[in-house]
Design a protein around this ligand. Structure first.
Ligand code: GLA
Ligand code: ZN
Length: 709
């Protein structure tokens, strides 16, 4: 069997290394542009993202184009072996455009139109802005779609936000007409008789506003869905002329971490490559473990979006950001570690913001590869050089992937709905953190995971964890039931199966469509103050062989078992003795219900026991020390293992029965144990164990995979 994704574009092979490059800020300093090329080669960079905010340099006056500077930048880069993600400049527009066509400027939820300034300040609907962007993109495509430097298109930059102008209101109403057909359907979905909010004419509908409507949750959800769709439409308009000029160039747009404003999953089919910008606040606590697991989870989302296809880390800082509350320097080791963490989870490119520090404006103090000193004798530059060298040595990792046995559901619409609901705990429901905590249980046990939304096919997985699945869209309950019947292991928690896709509660007992699969019903949920806690006591002889007690806090669901078996019970309060953890044997599989929000040790131990009982595979069959994880990429022949220590202490990983491991960089054999210094990472290889290759074994492989035989 052989499982390997092709490179992003046939021009490149191996891993990419580079940065956002803004030469248009330095056009009057040719010596600096020449020095840039020398330093890029020194840092072993082979890719740059160019032109992201260059509109004013490309079209200084309406209809007057100036591409010569960009010609020369691209020619210079490619003649030195550096390829380019060429950007479309729609993330910010020139002053002349805002002055002449005010409709291109964004209107806030308060219905006030912004002045020119900032970026991401455009109306998403404006026909004039869409036309201007199209004209610009057509010209870029005509000139550069076959340029040897261009590896692919970087569409806009971090699409975000919404616009509430009259054009957007009209577009919203049309979108609603399409969705609901009649006002009767819309009023039902929005539960309009509440407070007499029945809509009798489409023109009465307005987007949510601080001085207008915010209480109709169906409307709030639909506005977010519409904004996602409208932004997607805008992006499609951007992409069309680019693809027309050269269908072989891949397109990507850089996502922001877990940005809540757009449902990123909706963009996936229109993009060839997924990319994202990562800015964790390393060292904000004495222990980086939680932060590291969160970043790993986001990487896993990006890999999962295209079913395992490698992604691009489009931006990350080589040292500090300048927009977080405190800009702490990366401690020695952290730069390489965080770069290889991306690779470990499926990145085939490690890129920074930005190549050279600006002299003025708001990002002049943001970290960059080349600082204001202008030379390479800096700690940051040598960190970057080291990454460049190691990425070259790890070229064989490119295209490899992982097909995990486990998946965690993290769903954008669910997230919107949980946040919007009033009650049961307005002081914090903590959906994101809860998903993170369950994910971290897998991470700490060295179990690779996909992180998916609820629409993704569950059949490739053996374990499906769905924390707080408050919203259950049509068909999802049935698909989960099938998954369990066929032998899957499912984990659900409190605050699941409460509402449908328009935020109407299920009638007849929570967790609605999950009730039969889980074999319980939830009667009420207790919300605890920050200073309150309860605990759960494991039932003796429980099937997971868990012992003792765990602290429960924030939310305790009071459930009744129907067909499930009780594994733990509450230890305190009037519901002492009531079930707190259950399992239901359903068809050939098992469905667990975690009724309370539990503190961290629960997740690590619960996941470890699930793994044992249901024979899931760990990357290394060992007990990992705290703060250490191991992730894997394989092509079906050779596994690459990334063992990473996110603590400031030395850690020893006992290797036990694990043989055949070789250090990928020194080529030396590794056995007995592996010692990791503070913030250290070791890359190991071994012959593929036949695990984590997914469908490859059954020859049912996506056409994107090169071969599988
Ligand atoms: C974002 C943007 C970049 C830059 C960086 C700074 O990710 O895409 O243009 O502003 O933040 O961290
Ligand atoms: Zn608008």
């Amino acid at each position: 069997m052989y499982l390997k994704y092709p490179p992003f574009q046939s021009k490149v092979n191996g891993l990419l290394h580079g940065a956002d490059y803004n030469p248009d800020q330095w056009l009057d300093s040719p010596e600096i542009l020449a020095e840039d090329i020398r330093l890029m080669k020194l840092a072993r960079c082979n890719v740059m993202s160019v032109g992201i905010f260059s509109w004013a340099s490309l079209e200084p006056e309406e209809g007057v184009y100036s591409f010569e500077w960009l010609d020369s930048v691209l020619d210079n880069l490619v003649s030195n072996g550096i390829f380019v993600w060429l950007a479309t400049p729609s993330g910010a527009r020139p002053a002349w455009m805002a002055e002449k066509y005010p409709e291109v400027l964004r209107v806030g939820p308060n219905r006030v139109r912004n002045l020119f300034g900032h970026r991401h300040n455009h109306c998403i609907t404006s026909p004039i802005y869409r036309r201007k962007v199209r004209e610009m993109n057509m010209r870029l495509a005509q000139r550069y779609a076959h340029h040897p430097a261009v590896l692919g298109w970087h569409i806009s930059n971090e699409y975000s936000g919404d616009c509430h102008c009259d054009l957007c209101q009209e577009a919203f109403r049309s979108w609603l007409k399409e969705r609901y057909g009649t006002l009767e359907n819309l009023n039902k979905a929005w539960w309009s008789p509440f407070w007499s909010h029945t809509i009798t004419k489409w023109s009465q509908i307005e987007s949510p506003a601080p001085h207008g409507e915010t209480m109709v949750h169906g409307l709030n959800l639909d506005w977010k869905r519409f904004t996602t769709q409208n932004t997607l439409d805008f992006m499609r308009g951007e992409i069309e002329p680019l693809r027309a000029a050269n269908p072989d160039l891949p397109v990507t747009t850089n996502f922001m971490e877990a940005y809540d404003g757009l449902d990123y999953w909706k963009f996936v089919d229109d993009l060839d490559v997924i990319s994202w910008d990562s800015y964790p606040t390393w060292h904000d606590k004495s222990d980086d473990t939680d932060q590291a697991a969160w970043v790993s989870m986001i990487h896993d989302i990006k890999r999962s979006m295209k079913g395992g296809r490698p992604f691009v880390l489009m931006e990350s800082t080589p040292s500090v950001t300048n927009w977080q509350p405190v800009s702490k320097l990366k401690r020695p080791g952290m730069h390489l570690l965080s770069c290889l963490q991306a690779v470990a989870h499926g990145a085939d490119s490690v890129q920074y913001f930005q190549w050279r520090k600006s002299r003025g404006s708001s990002e002049k103090l943001h970290g960059a590869v080349v600082g204001h000193a202008g030379h390479h004798n800096t700690r940051v530059f040598s960190d970057v050089m080291q990454v460049g060298k190691i990425l070259e040595e790890l070229a064989g990792v490119a295209g490899k992937t992982v097909k995990p046995e486990a998946a965690v559901i993290f769903d954008w619409e669910n997230r919107w709905a949980i946040r919007d609901a009033q009650g049961p705990r307005n002081a914090g429901m903590h959906y994101e953190q809860t998903v993170h905590e369950f994910y971290q249980g897998l991470w700490e046990n060295g179990i690779p995971a996909d992180v998916i939304n609820m629409d993704v096919d569950f059949t490739p997985y053996r374990l499906l964890i769905a924390p707080m699945l408050y919203m259950v869209r049509p068909g999802v309950g049935e698909r989960i039931a099938e998954f369990v019947k066929n032998g899957g292991t499912f984990v659900a928690t409190y605050w699941s199966g409460i509402v449908n896709e328009t935020d109407l509660t299920f009638l007849g007992g929570f967790p609605g469509p999950l009730r039969e699969t889980l074999g319980i019903w939830s009667e009420e949920i207790d919300a605890l103050h920050d200073h309150d806690s309860n605990h759960i006591v494991m039932v003796e002889g429980n099937e997971l062989d868990m012992r003792g007690t765990y602290t429960a806090y924030e939310l305790c669901d009071l459930i009744h078992v129907e067909t499930a078996e009780v594994l733990a019970r509450y230890g305190d309060d009037f519901y002492k003795g009531r079930p707190a953890l259950t399992v239901n044997q359903f068809g050939k599989g098992s469905a667990y219900y975690v009724a309370s929000r539990n503190q961290a040790p629960f997740h690590r131990e619960f996941v470890a026991k699930i793994v044992q009982r249901h024979n899931l595979t760990k990357v290394l069959n060992v007990e990992l020390p705290h703060g250490v994880t191991v992730q894997l990429r394989t092509d079906g022949h050779t596994d690459h293992l990334f063992v990473m220590n996110f603590t400031s202490e030395m850690k020893v990983v006992p290797l036990g029965e694990e043989h055949h491991l070789t250090d990928a960089l020194t080529k030396e054999g590794v056995s007995n144990s592996l010692t990791l210094a503070a913030y250290d990472v070791k890359v190991l290889t071994r012959p593929c164990t036949g695990k984590f290759v997914g469908n490859c074994l059954s020859h049912n492989v996506s056409s994107e995979v090169l071969s599988c035989s």
